[in-house]
Design a protein around this ligand. Structure first.
Ligand SMILES: CC(C)(COP(=O)(O)OP(=O)(O)OC[C@H]1O[C@@H](n2cnc3c(N)ncnc32)[C@H](O)[C@@H]1OP(=O)(O)O)[C@@H](O)C(=O)NCCC(=O)NCCS
Length: 110
């Protein structure tokens, strides 16, 4: 299933995030972004991680996650949570992320 997301929704999502990290190339062009919500105490939810295809595999994603973790609060206290896209599972495993068996999502009131 492909979910269409409007530019307005993307704008609201960024406006509502309290930790946004960007990566730029030597010409200042945006090549990566990590958008997160952190309580600066215990939990940081990474909602968006994207690296431009031209620079994928060169360490940008790893650097964005490391920077986000460092900025999200005391690194010894903060736990990062996220939902991985199927094609990025290997990336998170490579970075040492652990699969959580009891993770839930909810988007409907029944
Ligand atoms: C997934 C993504 C963020 C990874 O970013 P990246 O900059 O390409 O990754 P890095 O170069 O920092 O890779 C770090 C390590 O993970 C490995 N890796 C990267 N992508 C991988 C994948 N899909 N599967 C397995 N390993 C992967 C790299 O080989 C590297 O390994 P190393 O430690 O031996 O050097 C990027 O490919 C991307 O934006 N993909 C499309 C959007 C997407 O899926 N976003 C995630 C949504 S949850």
């Amino acid at each position: 299933m492909t979910l269409e997301i409007s530019p307005e929704t993307v704008g609201r999502a960024f406006d509502g995030s309290n930790l946004v990290a960007t990566a730029r190339d030597e010409l200042g062009r945006l090549v990566g972004v990590c958008r997160a919500l952190t309580d600066f105490a215990r939990h940081c939810f990474v909602a968006t991680l994207a690296v431009h295809p031209d620079v994928q595999g060169s360490g940008v994603g790893r650097a964005l996650i490391a920077f986000t973790h460092a900025q999200a609060g005391d690194p010894k206290q903060i736990v990062i949570f996220l939902n991985s896209s199927p094609q990025a599972v290997g990336f998170y495993e490579r970075l040492g992320f652990k699969r959580e068996p009891a993770c839930f999502s909810f988007n409907n009131v029944s």
